[in-house]
Design a protein around this ligand. Sequence first.
Ligand code: 5GP
Ligand code: ZN
Length: 139
Amino acid sequence: MEGCIFCKIVQGDIPCFKIYEDDKVLAFEDINPIAEGHTLIIPKRHAQDLWEIPAEDLTAIHLASQKIIRAIKKALKPTGVALLQLNGRGVNQVVMHYHLHLMPRMSESPQLPVTDWGLKEGDMEAIKETARKIASAIE
Ligand code: 5GP
Ligand code: ZN
């Protein structure tokens, strides 16, 4: 898509530190890493978010995530790896081309902010009502 930075990376117009590619996906290092080994997996075909991405590209990304997380485990020996995928400006999606973040954490590093939000007990009636709303909207 015109003006999309990740489409430019797919086309080779902007360089990247490539980890993996196949006919549907490309994986490369994030240039503003939250942790060592912070990797992005994107579909080669432009789609903005989880609402838009075709099922076959989504499947390919998640299959690639397993391949890459195994490589991260072998290469970096993290204590864990968080996967994060943002949909919409309201949750700070900055690049409007679907991407899945893989974020390793090493034992000596602090908790990743995205995995450390703390638990606050919810209102069971409100949760039940929200569950009903979402469940009845499933198509
Ligand atoms: P999000 O849209 O999920 O908030 O994050 C976009 C991510 O893309 C950020 O972590 C940012 O560092 C990364 N990013 C933005 N531009 C580039 C780029 O040109 N190359 C690479 N490798 N990563 C980028
Ligand atoms: Zn794009």
